[in-house]
Design a binder for this molecule. Structure first.
Ligand code: BTN
Length: 253
């Protein structure tokens, strides 16, 4: 797919596959630091030091997909802050294409879940090099395996009924298509991304606990601010804006 400007879209960006690498996000950082960055995908069959959000480790068993999209951001860090929603939407749509009948839901800000179990993790980073801001959109999709994860249920495309032919390569193909569609929508307005995200949102109108550095806060998930911040209606009637944190659904215990 090509935009009218002729600018290549994520479907057409080259993919650099690695058999084993520490982390595809780290490799993207090295490419930027070396002054060799151009839009593309870095993918690996296995990661030895996969990184997750909040300094966690991302267990990277072969058979799953580990990929990072690397691309320049015209609107800089403001655009980077919107990418968790764009990426989560793309992963949800790719997963549904790969497994007919699957229903992917989104937990703020960018967890993709099926039947309340985590299917994918997304780690967005941005790096400024010579006044250009580069996005690194790191995506892990549990394709064939659901590695144990402390404190939460996990699932994979295989355990949700994916055909044996669904593997890391076919998952990346579906992801590239879906990421292109999501970036086109994004170029038409971040509000469109948020509307699509909300249509898949988990726990909207329900009680949630948000883990914040100062401690957990409980309330009702009341919606999203125009910048994607979570609106939390607290028991004292106050509305809080949450820009970063971990969400847990109270009904899940
Ligand atoms: C999370 O904690 O939910 C985010 C996990 C992100 C994992 C992906 S796998 C590809 C990329 N490389 C990494 O080291 N992390 C991301």
């Amino acid at each position: 797919m090509t935009r009218q400007t002729g600018e290549p879209m994520p479907t057409d960006w080259p993919v650099q596959w690695h058999e084993v690498i520490d982390s595809t996000n780290e490799e993207a950082r090295r490419v930027i630091a070396a002054g060799r960055a151009s839009p593309g995908w870095i993918a690996a069959r296995e990661q030895t030091a996969g990184r997750g959000r909040l300094s966690r480790t991302w267990i990277s068993t072969p058979g799953n997909l580990f990929a990072s999209a690397l691309f320049p951001l015209a609107r800089g860090v403001a655009e980077a802050a919107e990418l968790p929603f764009v990426a989560a939407l793309a992963v949800a749509e790719a997963a549904e294409r790969l497994v007919p009948g699957l229903q992917a839901r989104l937990k703020w800000p960018n967890d993709v879940r099926v039947n309340q179990a985590k299917l994918s993790g997304i780690l967005i980073e941005s790096v400024t090099q010579s006044a250009q801001v580069w996005a690194i959109v790191g995506i892990g999709i549990n394709v064939r395996h659901a590695p144990d994860s402390l404190g939460q249920q996990v699932t994979s495309l295989a355990s949700q009924g994916a055909a044996p032919g669904v593997n890391a390569e076919t998952a990346l193909e579906a992801l590239r298509e879906a990421f292109t569609a999501a970036r086109i929508l994004h170029s038409q307005g971040f509000d469109l991304i948020l509307n699509h995200w909300l249509a898949r949102a988990e726990a909207l109108g329900e009680r949630i606990v948000v883990g914040l550095p100062a401690g957990p806060v409980e309330g009702i998930f009341d919606g999203l601010e125009p910048d994607g911040a979570l609106r939390l209606l607290r028991d004292d009637g106050q509305l809080s804006r949450v820009s970063a944190g971990d969400v847990r659904l109270v009904r899940e215990g």
